[in-house]
Design a binder for this molecule. Structure first.
Ligand SMILES: Cc1cc2nc3c(=O)[nH]c(=O)nc-3n(C[C@H](O)[C@H](O)[C@H](O)COP(=O)(O)OP(=O)(O)OC[C@H]3O[C@@H](n4cnc5c(N)ncnc54)[C@H](O)[C@@H]3O)c2cc1C
Length: 347
């Protein structure tokens, strides 16, 4: 089949690899250059974990993990660092309570520990005396930019064309710039609203790197209202962000840094990691958010099948490979979006 993918973020690149390997002729339209920093998939790292308060995502990760291992083996490069994942907070915080329940229900291995043990075991990260920690070993870091590069390279080896600096529109006959395809998938991330209204909002997110006197710390999330999260130090310092939505923005507008977020992230770096200085680097990124933090998939009414997929809500990277496979299956007709009622939106 001749297939078009709109968007070369993590989702579009994953789909391109599966489709190309399955023998399809694939064109990927990307409005900027590959690996650009205006969407949601750029940068060095994303957390991958099975620890989720919602058991649905714990189960979905069981399907995603083998796909990541397969990609890593095929790429012949390290794309996943298995460091484990730490979540801490007071035991009655909903994230702590529900995550523990979901892990137990799904028979996922984890350890629980008190604040003193967690601080001792994990490089000196500070926990308050009334906080507890859950450590889940089958988790770690996906090397985001390398994941994208590997998928592009594999897709290209199988004949995929990446059309950079090429903004795609679908005309009423289902063509893109006059080109006719047998199927199209929209993987436009924050720009999905240009194609379909599925009630997603876009927010500016900020993260920063800090020097700090702690040792080896796995990726972590603080179960609090701010939901700060952090990464190990791979040479540039400890990366910290917060999973609370920044100001609403239009993805087309130029981004300025969210100074209030930087201030709060810096306070967290001081409190949890003992950082003394201001951040050494600051960055912004876009969250595309659904109100329940779920994903979105569906099908539009054109002469040819046009699917849309949004691995959104600030936690989608670890699922993009699963979506890539799903896109391939939907185009080949072995799956349909209605099989996923949690994500499916009727159009
Ligand atoms: C700060 C931050 C931290 C995060 N941390 C994590 C984490 O730790 N773990 C995790 O699992 N997830 C995390 N996420 C979420 C994850 O990164 C995203 O869910 C994921 O990258 C979304 O990928 P995407 O391909 O859907 O979107 P994008 O990467 O935004 O890709 C969409 C692409 O479509 C292109 N495009 C749009 N419209 C058009 C058009 N008309 N024509 C051509 N091209 C078009 C865009 O230019 C863009 O390249 C984080 C996100 C952010 C912002």
């Amino acid at each position: 089949m001749r297939v078009a993918i709109i968007g070369a973020g993590a989702t579009g690149c994953a789909a391109a690899r599966f489709l190309a390997k399955s023998g399809h002729e694939v064109d990927v339209y990307e409005q900027y250059t590959l690996g650009h920093d205006k969407g949601s998939s750029h940068g060095t790292s994303r957390i991958i974990r099975r620890t989720y308060p919602d058991p649905y995502y714990v189960q979905l990760m069981a399907e995603a993990y083998p796909l990541w291992h397969e990609l890593q083996a095929e790429a012949g490069a390290e794309l996943y660092k298995e460091t484990g994942f730490l979540i801490f907070g007071t035991p009655n915080h909903p994230w702590m309570r529900d995550a523990k329940k979901s892990l137990l229900e799904n028979h996922v291995a984890f350890w629980e520990m008190g604040s003193i043990d967690a601080t001792r075991k994990f490089g000196g990260i500070h926990l308050e005396p009334d906080e507890v920690a859950i450590f889940q070993p089958e988790a770690g870091i996906l090397l985001a930019d390398k994941v994208l590069e590997s998928q592009v390279q594999i897709a290209r080896t199988h004949g995929t064309h990446f059309l950079e600096n090429t903004r795609a529109n679908i005309d009423e006959t289902g063509r893109i710039a006059g080109e006719r395809y047998d199927a199209i998938t929209i993987c436009a991330g924050p720009w999905i609203g240009d194609f379909v209204n599925v009630g997603l909002k876009t927010h500016l997110q900020t993260f920063a790197y800090f020097e700090a006197p702690v040792g080896e710390v796995p990726p972590w999330v603080e179960a609090s209202d701010e939901l700060f999260y952090g990464f190990p130090n791979y040479g540039r310092g400890f990366k910290i962000g917060r999973h609370r939505y920044g100001p609403a923005i239009d993805p087309k507008q130029d981004r300025s840094l969210d100074k209030e977020a930087i201030q709060q992230i810096s306070e967290c770096a001081r409190f949890r990691l003992g950082a003394k200085d201001d951040p050494s680097e600051t960055y912004s990124c876009i969250y595309t958010v659904e109100e329940n933090e779920d994903f979105r998939i569906g099908k539009l009414d054109f002469d040819v099948p046009v699917f849309f997929v949004s691995a959104c809500s600030g936690h989608g990277f670890k699922f993009t490979i699963w979506f890539g496979k799903l896109i391939c299956d939907m185009i080949e007709g072995t799956k349909n979006p209605q099989e996923y009622p949690k994500f499916y939106v009727e159009q």
